[in-house]
Write a protein that binds this ligand. Structure first.
Ligand SMILES: [Zn+2]
Length: 317
C-alpha cells in the first residue's frame, strides 16, 4: 500500500481500481484554458463530466491524466471534473515536447526542484498535487532541451520515489536513449513506463525495453499508423511471452481539445480527435477487451492489466 496524489487528495494505491494509465481530460497549450477557453468549444466542464461519468458507469475508476504544463494543464478544471464525475484523476508533472525559447537555458536541477514542489506542495496557487512524473521525446530524438527535462524528471524521481511515464517514439527506438539517461541518473527502471509502445509491432525492440525492467504503456487506441487489431495482437503476444505483469493498455484519449475552424469558416461541434474515436474512454471495453478475450485472455488477465499493473507501478513492487 502507498498513497498517491489524486487531484482531489491522496488515495490508497489499493483503491485505484480499474485504471487507464495514459489519458487526457484536456490538451491545449499552457494557459489556454484560462485565456482562450472558447477555443475548446462550448460547455467544457459539463462535457468532460458527462464523458467521465460514462467511463465510471462502465467500471473505470481511475484515469492517469498525462497533461503537463506545456500541454495546458488546468488543475482546477481537473478537480471540478473529478468531483463532478465521481472518478479518480491523477495528474502528472514534468514536461512534454514544447520547451519555449525563453526556457532553453534552464537547468535540470532547477526543473527538478519545481517538479518536486508540484509533487509535495502542489501546483502553485492550487491545492492539487501531482501524482506521477512525465518526460518526452519524439521523432526528433532527445534534443538538448528535452534531455534537460528528462534529467530533471529523473532527479525528481530519485528524490521522491514517484514513478515516471515516458512519451516515446518507438519507430525511432528513442527509448534506448531515454533509458540510457535514466541509468546515468540512477533511476529505478522498474518504476518507469515507456509509453506509446504500441505504435510499433517490433516485438524485438519491445522485449529489449522490458529486459531493462520497464513497464510498457500500450496506450494508443484506436491510434494511427498501426491498426487497432495489430495493437491487440502485439499486446496478446507480449502476454503470451510472459510480460503481462508489466503492460498498461490505455487510449491516449483527449476529451477537451481545440475545435479547429474548417475551410468553409465553420467550427464543428466536436474536435478532430473526438471524431477519430467516438467511443472515447470506452474504446477499451467496447473493442479491445472483447478481442483480447476472444484471443484467449481471461478475466484474471484483464484484472492484471488494468488493476494490478497500475497499482504495482505506483507501489514499486
Ligand atoms: Zn498523451
Amino acid at each position: 500500500m502507498s498513497y498517491i496524489n489524486s487531484v482531489l487528495g491522496p488515495i490508497d494505491s489499493a483503491d485505484l481500481g480499474f485504471t487507464l494509465m495514459h489519458e487526457h481530460v484536456l490538451v491545449a497549450a499552457s494557459g489556454l484554458s484560462k485565456s482562450y477557453p472558447d477555443l475548446l468549444g462550448p460547455d467544457r466542464e459539463a462535457r468532460a463530466i458527462a464523458t467521465l461519468k460514462r467511463a465510471k458507469a462502465q467500471g473505470i475508476d481511475t484515469l492517469l491524466d498525462a497533461t503537463t504544463f506545456d500541454l495546458g494543464r488546468d488543475p482546477e478544471l481537473l478537480q471540478t471534473v473529478a468531483a463532478g464525475a465521481g472518478i479518480n484523476l491523477i495528474n502528472v508533472t514534468g514536461w512534454w515536447l514544447d520547451v519555449p525559447r525563453f526556457m532553453l537555458g534552464v537547468g535540470a536541477n532547477q526543473m527538478a526542484d519545481e517538479f518536486i514542489r508540484d509533487l509535495n506542495e502542489g501546483f502553485r496557487g492550487t491545492t492539487v498535487k501531482a501524482g506521477m512524473l512525465k518526460c518526452a521525446a519524439d521523432a526528433e530524438g532527445v534534443t538538448p532541451a528535452l534531455e534537460t527535462m528528462a534529467r530533471a524528471v529523473a532527479r525528481a524521481h530519485v528524490q521522491t520515489g514517484v514513478p515516471i511515464m515516458v512519451h516515446s517514439y518507438p519507430a525511432g527506438q528513442v527509448a534506448r536513449r531515454q533509458i540510457e539517461i535514466f541509468r546515468e541518473e540512477g533511476v529505478d527502471l522498474t518504476r518507469v513506463k515507456i509509453d506509446h509502445s504500441n505504435d510499433t509491432t517490433d516485438i524485438e525492440y519491445l522485449e529489449w525495453i522490458l529486459a531493462q525492467g520497464c513497464f510498457l504503456g500500450l496506450d494508443r487506441y484506436p491510434g494511427r499508423l498501426v491498426s487497432p487489431h495489430s495493437r491487440t495482437v502485439t499486446l496478446k503476444r507480449l502476454m503470451d511471452l510472459g510480460y503481462g505483469e508489466r503492460l498498461c493498455p490505455s487510449h491516449d484519449c483527449i476529451c477537451l481539445h481545440i475545435h479547429n475552424e474548417q475551410a468553409d469558416g465553420s467550427i464543428p461541434p466536436e474536435h478532430d480527435f473526438m471524431r477519430s474515436n467516438p467511443d472515447q474512454y470506452l474504446y477499451m471495453h467496447r473493442h479491445v477487451i472483447p478481442e483480447l478475450m476472444a484471443m484467449g485472455a481471461t478475466d484474471a488477465d484483464i484484472h492484471m492489466l488494468f488493476v494490478d499493473n497500475p497499482r504495482r507501478l505506483f507501489e514499486g513492487r
